[in-house]
Ligand binder design. Structure first.
Ligand code: ZN
Ligand code: FE
Length: 291
């Protein structure tokens, strides 16, 4: 459940030297940024994520469903919590904030300004595209409506914390947003690049892949991933993180315009139009009733 990654960020001087092919680098010209993420299973099938910045001095938690599993991990790691990042207002994503505030009274609660009324604990109100910093952790927040009207994702390094907007092989239900908004939000997530790692809010991947195998029956990668995830889940290993690359190959909601999926929807959901939003809406509707 532990993931350690090291990024090397070149300073402008090194990049200039590299470009002129003179000297590769000398050690003091780059800094190593270590970022670590710990996945914390919460409630029945939620995930909260602890993010540690360089040197493990700073920690932030994404979507604390409940406080105690987060606090237990912080104690184990001996790092104090500095901030909470909120992807949306649903209780299974913010339920632990009050207890965390009792333990860490100076905690920063960071979220989208439009959710200020629904996440009363917010102390920092970001706008779409705003940057944020928690010590050595720095990233950007993007508005991705669809699941709720004020859902957001947090982009930190090459990692994207997507809440309930995108799941492994699936996407969130449209509680407040429209199909059109969700299609645009998913496209925005995809635009972060194929190598981006995706940390989602629920462990729904196995069921989502059973749905994917039904609507995208000729897709061999879906079958492979389904076998892998079944195995992981037997051992209680989270299927997060995923990657945009893997989702592009196996997530029917990112593949809604594939001929095989359109043909399935024409046959089983009476789809008439090939408009991407109509196809997505038909697929989402079908998934709502899939068990
Ligand atoms: Zn939700
Ligand atoms: Fe949720």
């Amino acid at each position: 459940m532990k993931k350690i990654e090291v990024f090397i960020e070149w300073c402008l001087y090194c990049v200039t030297i590299k470009a002129s092919e003179e000297i590769a680098s000398t050690p003091h010209h780059f800094k190593v940024i270590a970022m670590e993420i710990i996945t914390i299973p919460c409630l029945y099938d939620n995930y909260s994520y602890l993010v540690f910045g360089a040197g493990r001095v700073d920690a932030a938690v994404v979507d604390p469903s409940e406080a105690w599993p987060v606090m237990r991990e912080l104690e184990r790691q001996q790092v104090p919590l500095a901030a909470v990042l909120c992807t949306h207002h649903h209780h299974d994503h913010i339920g632990g904030i009050d207890d965390l505030l009792d333990a860490y009274p100076r905690l920063r609660i960071i979220g989208f300004k439009e959710d200020g009324g629904r996440i009363p604990q917010l102390t920092e109100f970001l706008d779409d595209g705003d940057s944020f910093e928690v010590g050595a952790i720095s990233g950007k927040m993007f508005h991705t409506p669809g699941h709720t009207s004020a859902s957001v994702v947090f982009h930190i390094g090459n990692k994207l914390f997507v809440g309930d907007t995108l799941f492994g092989a699936g996407c969130g239900r449209l509680f407040e947003g429209t199909a059109e908004q969700m299609v645009a939000s998913l496209a925005r997530i995809v635009s972060c690049g194929r190598g981006t790692e995706l940390y989602f809010g629920h462990e729904y991947t196995a069921l989502n892949l059973r749905f994917a195998a039904e609507v995208d029956a000729t897709n061999g990668t879906v079958r492979q991933r389904a076998m892998m995830v079944e195995e992981m889940r037997v051992g209680d290993t989270p299927s997060a993180p995923s990657s945009i690359e893997l989702e592009l190959e196996t997530n029917p909601f990112l593949r809604a315009t594939e001929p095989a999926i359109i043909a399935y929807l024409e046959k089983h959901a009476g789809l008439k139009s090939h408009d991407p939003v109509a196809v997505f809406a038909a697929l989402r509707e079908l998934r709502n009733h899939f068990e």
